[in-house]
Structures are given as structure tokens and as C-alpha cells.
Design a binder for this molecule. Sequence first.
Ligand code: NAD
Length: 338
Amino acid sequence: MIRVGIIGLGFMGKMHFRCYKANKNVKLVAICDIDEKKFADTGGTAGNISGADKPLDFKGVSLYTNFDKMLKEAELDAVSITLPTYLHCQYTLKALKAGVHTFCEKPMAMNVGECQKMIDAAKAAKKLLQIGHCIRFWPEYAKLKEIVDSGKYGKVLAATFQRLSLTPTWSWDNWLLDGKRSGGATLDLHIHDSDYVQYLFGMPKEVFSRGVKGQSKDIDHIVTNYIYDGKVVTAEGGWTMKPGFGFEMSFNVMLEGATISYDCTRSPVFKLAPAKGDVIIPIVAKGDGYSIELEHFVKAVSGKSVPQIITPKDSLNSVKIVLAEKKSCAANKKAALK
Ligand SMILES: NC(=O)c1ccc[n+]([C@@H]2O[C@H](COP(=O)([O-])OP(=O)(O)OC[C@H]3O[C@@H](n4cnc5c(N)ncnc54)[C@H](O)[C@@H]3O)[C@@H](O)[C@H]2O)c1
């Protein structure tokens, strides 16, 4: 049983609360939020994740408004940093310096320099650092990776990924709609697909992106062509959709011997159409990417062996890709990734 804390009890903090409470190997002992009112709001998170709407029960959990005090008193083995992105680096450094294994939400940080500081701090402290790139653990995306890597259906010819959301008007202090604190939809939302493209195909040589600015005053809708030899890979992401649209994440992957597609708004959400024969609905792991990535973290913290699904360096590279995408938009030409 490991002792875990959470800092930032907003949308994702509540999601982590639910995941840790459901994990038998975790004792959730402390939560910190700068805004005391958050402790009176025991409503669950919205969304279509099973159990996410259940009310929070703070029994046995110490509540703090000061992170240093929590680190000093709560005897934590591990902590989740579910704070706005511009605070990720600062608070991850505090946690690691206090000798606490750290799970920090994606994106890792606002820029590559901050990401590197976080990597260095984890090394110096000899503690684990995992970044919340939940799509690598999302059952259908994990299965897609397994099928592509198996080579059973040949090479990938082309792949497209989409992640489209209504404009997020709900964040604390409206930080999401301030590009200087969130990086806009490109760094906050679209990075899920940039990271997954990297996971599936390795680092692209170059990116070519077109984007438009939105309410965050940063790029809030983007389309990117990730340049690889022998295949065409694109992703589209943004949060300029109107409220009635809701949320859509989807992909189509064209292999030599099959088409694999996923669309969270469709039923069945996931299907594989082989070159010959009937459509197959692949069996995927139970649960959602949030629970599975935190189970992975808890196992690693507990000293159990886990497959290498994500490293801090991968997470730095995803920030690097997204920043190259923004550079490409600004220059209206390809941006190289060294
Ligand atoms: N993995 C995913 O799919 C996913 C989804 C949503 C958000 N996120 C990420 O999670 C992070 C948090 O996003 P969110 O939507 O939960 O934000 P949010 O605005 O809902 O919550 C942020 C919380 O942090 C608290 N806070 C702010 N400053 C603080 C401080 N100095 N000390 C303590 N508490 C403080 C606020 O009071 C608020 O409760 C972001 O990095 C975001 O990109 C990830």
C-alpha cells in the first residue's frame, strides 16, 4: 500500500481521486488546493468515464491549501500534480526535491527547458516521474499500437487522428483560455495526438502545420502533417467547436492489409476491416486510460516491473513536436525536429 497525495482538485484532480480510490494498492492520504472552496465541492467530474460522476468522499484524507506543508506532514510516497500547465515544472521540482515519486499531468510543461529541469530533478532525487499521456494507455489506442507493431496487417500507409472539443470555459481562473498559461489547444489538447504519433511511429523528421488562433490568443485549431518516409500521417485538433458538438476523438489507420478505425461518438467505437473477410471488433483492456496509466504508475512506485510505455524524455519530445508545429504555423513552412 502506497501513500498518495494530489495537488489541484479541479477536473483532472477529481479524476485522479476516483482512480486512486478504486486502486487497492493506494491509500489516498492528502489533497492540496489553493482554493478552499474546492473541498466543499464534492461533485464528481463530468464526461463519459464510468464512475467519474460519483461524489467525492474526503473521509481519512487530510486537506491542505499549502503544498510545502502537505509535503512536510503527509509522509507521501507519491503525488499527482493536476495543476494548470504553467505550474507543472515548479510543483514537480518541489515534489521531487522532497523525495516523492511524481505523476504530473500532460503536457509536461510550457517549454523544453522546463521539461529538462523536471527530468534532471527526477534523476537527482532518484524518484519516478511519469507524465499523464493517457492516450498511450487508452484501451483502443493501446490495441492499435499492439496490432501495428505485430506486423500482422503489413505496413502503415497512412494514418489520421482527430481530437475536437467545444471551447473550455470551465477552468479555474479561466487559465485554459489564456494561451500564456495553457499553450492554447495545441499544447493542451492536440498534444495527445502528437504524443501518440510519436509513440506509434517515432519522432517525425519534420512537421508542416496550419492553424488558426482562437480565444486563448494562441493556436486553438491545428492540422499537422508529420513527415515520415513511406507513410502519410496527419492530426487535427482544436477546441473551437460550438457547444452542441460536444467532444470527438477518432482515428483511421490504413495498413496494407486492413483499415483500423476508432470514433468515440460511434458504436461500435473500434473496428478492424481486413482486406478479406468480415469486420473484426478487437477485444481491448477494460477501463479507461486514466485508471490504467495510474495503475501503471502505482505498480512502478511499488517496485513492481512494468513495461516501458512512456519515459520523461518521450514527454519532453512531445512538447518539442508541438512547439515545432506552432513554429511551422507561424512561418507557414515545414519545421525540422532535430
Ligand atoms: N489527461 C487528460 O486527458 C487531461 C484532461 C484535462 C486536463 N488535463 C491536464 O490536467 C491539468 C489540470 O487541468 P484541469 O482541467 O484539472 O484544470 P482545473 O482548472 O479544472 O483545475 C486546476 C485546479 O488547480 C487549483 N490550483 C491552481 N493553482 C494552485 C496552486 N498554486 N496550488 C494548489 N492548487 C492550485 C485550482 O484551484 C483548481 O482546483 C492541466 O495540465 C491539463 O492540461 C489533462
